[in-house]
Design a binder for this molecule. Structure first.
Ligand code: GDP
Length: 448
């Protein structure tokens, strides 16, 4: 793994804002010397000094606060210096230049948090949560990111890792006694521990999937025949005339997106072109995009109407297996039907009218529930790469179970567990490539 760097970095850590305060942050071995040069003496740790920040020829740049956090009790784990000046871009630039003359270099995006990770202050999941917190689009998302930053997700991964290692040690011990291996691997205690591990993993995977939705918002693709009422539904939910509604089939030629907040939960709704075979070039492109949109969706909302519900069910088969399916029987005002809900073949069916708004509250409630609303105090944020890693752990555990009930080849079971452990370690960064770290930290903003 990459080792902690030895140079000193600096950046403007808070953009000049309405509050009128800007911060230049410095981290690395040169921070104490830079502090001394700016203050004229060595600062006490964690004390605020009013300092005159001067340039190389002694001209006053700004007057502000200087704070020194000696290593390792700092955000990055290195010597850190914070200079708070007036929130002017010009002054902050001059201060940053001065700090660089004194031995720092400009920080790359996310480099402070990357150093915190490399110095063991945060694990990778917590570092990602810092970025997710800054970028949070909803209150629920921010709350969840805070939980991850506090280590809620990491601790669950850690507990699973310990259980996995214990089981692996157990099985590896059995391999050392080949004459008893078969009996040993058939031990119900081993199977029970593996089953426990699989159950806990399944629960963590569910929580992580919810964490991704809390973080990114719930991605909802609206699908259905042309004229079923998809655009009307999007408009009704978004409360605007964003999509063009006409009575001529095939008008929604492109994918329209609308992000809305339902009680602090972000929903990203995409109205897709009607899924139908067509000769029209433009419309065909729309249909192609609709399929692309669907592949990424958490929820597929199939819009149908009372007259077509049965025929439209064929469209359900075309939806990706991963997405949650909701069937909307629209235009109940025309059919003189009442708004209600049913579960059929595991899919939620809701009777609504996009025109009158009947039944839409039930739809909103259902979407909120799918997005993870009311998921309680401990709900944490997660990213897609965490879900993929947990799915890989699940697959290795499934194979371990098959080996233990089948061939009982201890070596193979141990190898599956080793790979499961590796996949789990990728989440918190115990195992991580430079490419992965680069991809994660480069998406941060500068100064974080
Ligand atoms: P899309 O092609 O699926 O996007 O369908 P639109 O939203 O463009 O709607 C097609 C037509 O059905 C328009 O004339 C809408 O006004 C009408 N429509 C949509 N929803 C309802 C509804 O709930 N009740 C009634 N009566 N008409 C609706």
């Amino acid at each position: 793994m990459t080792t902690a760097p030895t140079d000193t970095i600096a950046a403007i850590a808070s953009a000049p804002g309405a509050a009128g305060v800007g911060v230049v942050r410095v981290s690395g071995p040169a921070a104490p010397a830079i502090a001394q040069a700016l203050l004229g003496r060595a600062p006490q740790p964690r004390r605020a000094y009013l300092a005159a920040f001067r340039d190389g020829v002694g001209e006053l740049i700004d007057r502000g606060l200087l704070l020194h956090f000696p290593a390792p009790a700092s955000y990055t784990g290195e010597h850190v210096l914070e200079l708070q000046g007036h929130g002017s871009a010009v002054l902050l630039d001059a201060l940053l230049r001065r700090v660089c003359e004194l031995g720092a270099r400009l920080a790359r995006p996310g480099e402070f948090t990357e150093r915190a990770f490399l110095n063991g202050k945060l694990d990778l999941t917590q570092a990602e949560a810092v970025a997710d917190l800054i970028a949070a689009r909803s209150q629920a998302g921010a709350r969840a990111a805070l939980q991850s930053m506090e280590g809620v997700f990491s601790r669950k991964v850690g507990a699973l890792l310990q259980a996995l290692i214990a089981l692996r040690v157990h099985i590896e011990a059995a391999i050392d006694f080949p004459e008893e291996e078969i009996d040993f691997l058939a031990d119900p205690a081993i199977t029970a521990r593996l089953e426990n591990l699989r159950a806990e993993l399944a629960e963590l995977l569910r929580e992580a999937q919810r964490g991704v939705r809390l973080n990114d918002g719930l991605k909802v693709a609206i699908v259905g025949r042309p004229n079923a009422g998809k655009s009307s539904l999007l408009n009704a939910l978004a409360g605007s005339e964003r999509a063009i509604v006409t009575a001529i089939p095939g008008t929604t030629r492109d994918v329209l997106r609308e992000t809305l907040s339902l009680d602090g939960i972000a929903l990203e709704l995409a109205d897709t072109a009607g899924l139908r075979e067509t000769q029209d070039e433009v419309e065909r492109e729309g249909v192609r995009r609709a399929h692309g949109q669907l592949a990424r969706a958490d929820v597929a909302l199939l819009v149908s109407d009372a007259g077509h519900a049965a025929a439209d069910l064929a469209l359900l088969d075309a939806l990706p297996a991963g997405a949650e399916r909701v069937v909307l029987v629209n235009k109940i005002d025309l059919a003189h039907a009442a708004a209600h809900a049913e579960t059929r073949d595991g899919n939620r069916w809701l009777w609504v009218s996009a025109k009158t708004g009947e039944g839409l509250d039930a739809l909103r409630d259902h979407l909120k529930q799918l997005a993870g609303a009311g998921s309680g105090e401990g709900a944490f944020s997660a990213r897609r790469r965490h879900v993929l890693a947990l799915e890989s752990v699940r697959d290795h555990l499934d194979r371990t179970a098959a080996i233990l009930t089948g061939s009982r080849a201890g070596e193979l079971a141990a190898e599956e567990l080793r790979q499961a452990q590796h996949a789990l370690g990728e989440i918190t960064g115990d195992y991580s490539s430079d490419d992965l770290l680069g991809a994660i930290f480069s998406s941060f903003c500068i100064g974080k």
